[in-house]
Design a protein around this ligand. Structure first.
Ligand code: NAD
Length: 400
């Protein structure tokens, strides 16, 4: 029995871990990189407050070679009829069961200039490139004294944008040193389409995060949808009634207005929206009982809100575990209860020692929230990797 897992993110590795416990099947894991990275920490790599090595570990460390073959390769298409996966180098891999966990990509919403003039932050390479770009711009400031080199604009104030802003505030000391200015001379902006930020939190809790960012000098422009990105310029609608546009110039423009699932989903002909397949209650693609679609390429309906659950590391881990359990039960001719999800809560960090969010029914903020976020992250490292990875990272930092 051949099970193929596409993607070594949270969902794919969680499924792998559970499947490797079973006998009588061979697993092939395919990823374009030979390492897994903690996607929840990308903003820190972009700001330079963590290195890319500190959020990555080798896939071979979690692969049991007598059960699993790892292939480093880029998936281009899934052929559900032929039961094959096509790779960019022309290889074709056959499967009996497939677990698709290909993760997310940057979403431009068709806004002109985003691909050319804004920096994405969707994997370790692009996140590290953001940091390198910021440092290069600070160097340029030294040479030119043009203030635009000191300006950083974050586009979109979702969870990603907010966490990135907090990390950039922390990174200012490093940038300022290179530019030869004071940290407060580094100008950090955020341009956001809606007025009401962080709608999943109570007003008071959202204000905790927003007020902190403002008190650290972050300039938040809300109710200003971005209409175009030009070279070194963000063009946004300044007035909803007159539709008047305004321009904000900066040498660093970072794009965090949301994500879509992998383009491979659309290329493979699955019924999808923004790269996400609305799955059955046991996480398979409609009409394909042998294809599980999990993580950020999957849309699972929340029966209460009648909308898909937001894509998070937390739900990805749960889906990975469920898909493996369901597959193993199916092979034994058994059935298990449908997938259900109850969020443990969500916590956003702003910088290394402040965070805010909801855990269970309780609102948490400040130092304890920051601690809880680290504990949740370390748990995900423990669930996908193992105690070795967690300790090697030194992530359980009791001082914050
Ligand atoms: P998002 O879709 O949650 O937020 C994007 C933001 O960009 C929104 O506020 C939106 O109004 C804004 N936006 C969209 N188009 C715009 C435009 N043209 N101009 C200006 N603003 C625009 O995306 P995200 O923040 O990348 O998060 C993706 C998913 O990952 C979410 O489900 C989120 O909850 C999850 N996430 C969770 C955590 C955490 O739990 N700590 C951290 C990061 C992301």
């Amino acid at each position: 029995m051949e099970v193929v897992i596409l993607g070594a993110g949270y969902a794919g590795l969680r499924a792998l871990k559970a499947l490797q416990k079973a006998d009588d099947l061979h697993i092939t894991l395919i990823d374009k990189n030979d390492y897994h990275y903690e996607a929840t920490d990308l903003h820190e790599v972009a700001a330079g407050t963590q290195t890319k090595e500190s959020i990555s570990y080798l896939i071979e460390d979690v692969v049991e070679s007598h059960k699993t073959t790892f292939i480093k390769g880029e998936v281009t298409k899934i052929d559900a009829e032929k039961q094959t996966v096509l790779l960019a180098d022309g290889k074709e891999i056959n499967y009996n069961y497939l677990i698709v966990a290909l993760g997310f990509e940057s979403e431009s919403f068709g806004i002109a200039g985003v691909e050319e003039f804004a920096l994405p932050m969707v994997n370790v390479e692009t996140a590290a490139a953001v940091h390198q770009h910021i440092l290069a711009m600070m160097q340029k400031y030294q040479e030119t004294k043009d203030e635009n080199y000191l300006k950083i604009v974050v586009c979109g104030a979702g969870f990603t944008g907010i966490e990135l802003l907090g990390a950039l505030v922390e990174g200012r000391k490093e940038y300022a040193q290179i530019a030869g200015v004071k940290p407060e001379d580094i100008q950090i902006y955020c341009v956001e389409a809606v007025d009401h930020l962080l709608p999943m939190f109570s007003e008071k809790l959202a204000a905790y995060g927003i007020d902190h960012l403002k008190s650290w000098g972050v300039q938040l422009l809300t109710g200003k949808p971005i209409k175009e990105i030009k070279a070194d310029t963000v063009v946004y609608q300044d007035d909803a009634e007159t539709k008047a546009l305004k321009e904000l110039t900066a040498k660093t423009i970072i794009w965090t207005t949301g994500v879509s699932g992998s383009h491979v989903i659309g290329a493979s002909g699955f019924e999808q929206r923004r790269g996400r397949v609305t799955v059955t209650d046991h996480l398979t693609a409609p009409d394909h009982e042998n294809i599980y679609v999990i993580g950020d390429v999957s849309a699972v309906m929340d029966a209460t809100s009648k909308r898909p659950y937001p894509t998070t590391a937390q739900i990805s881990l749960k889906m990975g575990h469920y898909a493996a359990k369901h597959l193993l039960a199916t092979l034994k001719g058994q059935t298990i209860a449908p997938f259900t999800f109850k969020s443990l809560g969500s916590v956003a960090s702003i910088g290394n020692s402040h965070a805010f969010g909801v855990v269970g029914a309780a609102e948490v903020k400040g130092y304890p929230a920051s601690f809880i976020k680290k504990a949740i992250l370390d748990r995900s490292l423990l669930e996908t990797g193992g105690i070795k990875e967690m300790l090697a990272k030194g992530r359980f930092d009791l001082y914050h």
